[in-house]
Design a protein around this ligand. Structure first.
Ligand code: ADP
Ligand code: MG
Length: 358
């Protein structure tokens, strides 16, 4: 790619932290260069999934993700079944963020010559364990040898009614900002796997909290039910899933919607396990949530006039959604309010800026 892709934009997430080409700059360049004029392509590059007209009032949703050994997973700390599950969940989560229903999956593998049938079998068991609850069928893929480690590429195809598609670009000034579930767990689980916490603190983390955090990292839940509920009920004006970390993903939502945000850091939902982990590991829980990534929760906006109705509806439908901020005009910019009440520009933070370990 041209050198312009190396703009001063920060590189995003763990995938590209060590690349000369920042992922964000590359995507912007591709988006501008290959913008398509077809009336059937409603969204190409730039959202969680592409949106294609597939029939009267029907939209097809397509998304793909690549996991590389040593970058996205480490076979010393995750089983093949875990890796397959996470790869599928990352794609399912993109369909959830579009408010869609996942339908078909294609899996491409490049594997070292030493790979065994048992390893491949485990990988597929993990993929299908994530897909089966949503009735997603395996319909194809590709197989290759790899000169360096494993590569797993998953493509997911889904659909939604045209009026139910959720885009990153629908947020408006005055909307409330919400997130499902809790944030920071996946990063805490990853740190436990890497055994970065001091030995003494690891001992003092109760086993149930450790199990919870490891599970949140290795077996993330794609919020398909929540995404469909938000879209079919016409609650959300926009949505994105949290794969890069709250500070990066809220930025994508703002850029695509051309709005600003005031994020209330003290409102960000953090699990008890993550709080206990943060205390014993001497970490800042807000940092785990802002910079962590791979929580695969949904970040979405709802008009503030709907607040009371929306909050009643989430309670009666057992949807966990926490209000964590408000959308502002683009001119007002992106800010966060700290627990001490101070307001700061929203930083772009990712753990990968501080660590090169995988
Ligand atoms: P997500 O984290 O939701 O999977 P990404 O940040 O990976 O989204 O990608 C954002 C957008 O950029 C998506 O529309 C994706 O299809 C597109 N994209 C990412 N990498 C490439 C690439 N190498 N070529 C073309 N499009 C890409
Ligand atoms: Mg996404």
């Amino acid at each position: 790619m041209p050198v312009t892709a190396r703009v001063s934009m920060p590189s995003r997430g763990r995938r590209t932290a060590k690349l000369r080409i920042g992922e964000f700059g590359l995507i912007r360049t591709l988006q501008q260069r290959y913008r398509s004029k077809s009336s059937r392509i409603l969204r190409g590059i730039g959202d969680d999934a592409a949106v294609i007209v597939s029939g009267h009032n029907r939209r097809q949703l397509l998304t793909t993700d690549l996991l590389a050994e040593g970058v996205h997973f480490n076979l010393r700390t995750a089983t093949f079944a875990d890796v397959g599950f996470r790869a599928a969940a990352a794609n399912l989560s993109d369909i959830a963020a579009m408010g869609g229903t996942p339908e078909y999956v294609l899996v491409s593998l490049a594997m070292p010559r030493s790979a065994s049938p048992a390893q491949v079998g485990q990988l597929y068991r993990g993929i299908m364990a994530a897909c089966r609850p949503h009735d997603v069928r395996l319909i194809g893929g590709d197989t290759s040898a790899s000169a360096m480690g494993w590569f797993i590429n998953i493509t997911l195809v889904g659909s939604a009614a045209s009026r139910h598609v959720l885009l990153r670009s629908g947020a408006r000034e005055g909307d409330d900002l919400y997130v499902t579930g809790t944030l920071g767990d996946s990063r805490a689980g990853l740190q436990l796997l890497r055994e970065r916490a001091p030995a003494g603190s690891r001992r003092s983390l109760p086993p149930r909290h450790r199990r919870f955090l490891l599970n949140r990292h290795l077996r993330p839940t794609a919020r398909i039910r929540e995404g469909r509920w938000l879209s079919t009920g016409r609650w959300a004006t926009s949505a994105i899933d949290i794969s890069d970390g709250l500070s990066g993903d809220v930025r994508h939502l703002c850029e695509e919607s051309d709005v600003g945000v005031d994020l209330d850091l003290s409102a960000v939902p953090i699990s008890t396990a993550c709080r206990v982990y943060a205390t014993v590991a001497n970490e800042n829980p807000a940092m785990l949530a802002l910079a962590g990534g791979e929580d695969y929760e949904l970040l979405f906006t709802v008009p503030c006039g709907q607040r009371a109705r929306f909050q009643r509806a989430t309670a009666s439908n057992r949807i966990r959604a926490t209000r964590i901020g408000a959308m502002k005009s683009a001119r007002q910019g992106l800010h966060m309010t700290l627990s001490n009440g101070r307001r700061r520009p929203l930083p772009f933070i990712s753990y990968e800026h501080f660590s090169s370990k995988t």
